[in-house]
Design a protein around this ligand. Structure first.
Ligand code: GDP
Length: 424
């Protein structure tokens, strides 16, 4: 049985926590897209962790964690994260890396920085982890596949070719130091030695696991609105954030993904530039940011303050639809307990007309939020374990959202911890 855990919004919905929780009853957890650019924050019995590349299942000794072929794989990031969690007392996790995964190279990170610098105030707000240059190279067919690390003649030929192309840009566009082939070879050899114990044909492993009836979790990064096809292009990430891509990025048949748990945040937050219709500003935003998440809404990778907004039913319904959500996990509901009234964006006004449908980016730029307000519940709901025990206004908020989403809200998260969860 294969379940995907994915985000409906701009990312940071709390997928890490939901995956960590669902991992308890899973055998295998797979990262299938993205890289170490976004982070999951997980609070468990070992402490608080920010994972960027490791799947969220690494804290359980019964699970296997897989870096799938679709990932922008940073080898040093993997090793630093493994070192970090082991140093904090977590048992050495069982990790497998796809022999078809491609490698984020140091020059991808540099090109990401140089390009953002060049764009100046028109920059994308990239985390500068090299993700866009990495995927550009993958699809331009000049990327390094993990399997190639084990063949020096392939590496040498490719390194020469890459230095030729990249050095033209480094010299003439960016005016930065050039790549040196010998240094690249050294880096690749170091990467080979780091990754060697983990490499295998993970698609074959997963297909066998499906036959054996194992429970598999596909862990998505970011959310629908950052998808290159269905998100707020061009302010999106460079790999698909949709559950459907889980089949490709892990190497399994699409029809095996039976459950799509879509994580929806009880309010909105976003990092980086791009359209964000229900965004709020000033003191109102500061207060929500300060109270949000677990200790404030600041980027897990960059520490940047996140942009804040009210729940956006238009974007979230679309987010669920494009994921193919079979159920919703509604998160960070506890954060809203301070509000007398809670605005919800239920429509977009574009050129004088109100729509419930999420438009293309060009129209989105003109959209103004149409709000309704629901009464707040004005109390702490952390610690509550049964749905009936939630205050009535809180249940009304959840049920209103559920109706707007048109997907059953099966899980309600009311705190950052593993057990802060209400099943419906
Ligand atoms: P992800 O990238 O989707 O995993 O999102 P993040 O790691 O950015 O998660 C958002 C933050 O919210 C993290 O600091 C979590 O610990 C925290 N979090 C997750 N669920 C809840 C919740 O229900 N309530 C509160 N207060 N915090 C939560």
């Amino acid at each position: 049985m294969v379940r995907a855990v994915v985000g409906a919004n701009w990312g940071d919905e709390g997928k890490g926590k939901i995956t960590d929780m669902l991992a308890e009853t899973s055998d295998i957890i797979v990262r299938f897209q993205g890289g170490s650019n976004a982070g999951h924050t997980i609070v468990n019995d070992y402490g608080k962790f920010a994972l960027h590349i490791l799947p969220s299942g690494v804290f359980y000794s019964h699970t296997t964690s897989i870096i799938g072929n679709g990932v922008a794989f940073s080898i040093p990031a993997l090793f630093h994260e493994v070192e970090d969690i082991v140093a904090k007392g977590v048992p050495m996790p069982k990790i497998l890396v796809s022999d078809r995964a491609q490698i984020v190279m140091p020059y991808h990170i540099l090109f990401d920085q140089y390009e953002e610098e060049r764009l100046g105030k028109h920059s994308f707000g990239s985390t500068k982890s090299g993700i866009a240059p990495f995927y550009s190279d993958k699809y331009s067919k000049v990327g390094f596949q993990v399997s190639e690390l084990f063949d020096d003649s392939v590496l040498e030929a490719k390194v020469q070719k890459i230095c030729e192309i990249k050095n033209v840009m480094l010299e003439h566009l960016y005016h930065k130091p050039l790549l040196v082939p010998e240094e690249l070879m050294e880096t690749l050899h170091a990467y080979r030695d780091m990754v060697a114990p983990y490499v295998c044909d993970t698609a074959a492993f997963l297909q066998q696991a499906i036959k054996d009836g194992k429970k598999i979790l596909l862990e998505g990064q970011l959310g629908t609105l950052k998808d290159p096809d269905f998100g707020i292009y061009p302010m999106v990430t460079s790999s698909s954030t949709l559950a459907a891509y889980g089949a490709i990025g892990a190497g399994i048949p699409p029809y095996e993904i039976s459950d799509i748990t879509t994580v929806v945040k009880a309010y909105s937050s976003a990092v980086g530039a791009g359209e964000f219709v229900s965004e709020i500003f000033g003191a109102e935003a500061d207060e929500l940011r300060r109270r949000g998440g677990d200790g404030g809404e600041f980027g897990a990778t960059t520490g940047r303050p996140r942009r804040m907004g009210w729940f956006d039913a238009v974007a979230s319904r679309y987010g669920c639809k494009m994921q193919g959500a079979t159920e919703v996990a509604l998160t960070v509901l506890d954060v809203l307990g301070y509000l007398d009234e809670i605005p919800i964006c239920i429509g977009y006004e574009i050129d004088g007309e109100v729509t419930r449908d999420f438009p293309v980016t060009a129209k989105l730029a003109k959209a103004k939020p149409v709000y309704t307000k629901l009464p707040g519940w004005k109390c702490e709901i952390r610690g509550i374990r049964k749905y009936e025990d939630l205050p009535e206004n809180c249940r009304n908020y959840i049920e209103f959202i559920e109706k707007e989403l048109e997907v059953p809200v099966k899980l309600v998260s009311n705190g950052p911890g593993r057990h802060d969860i209400i099943y419906r």
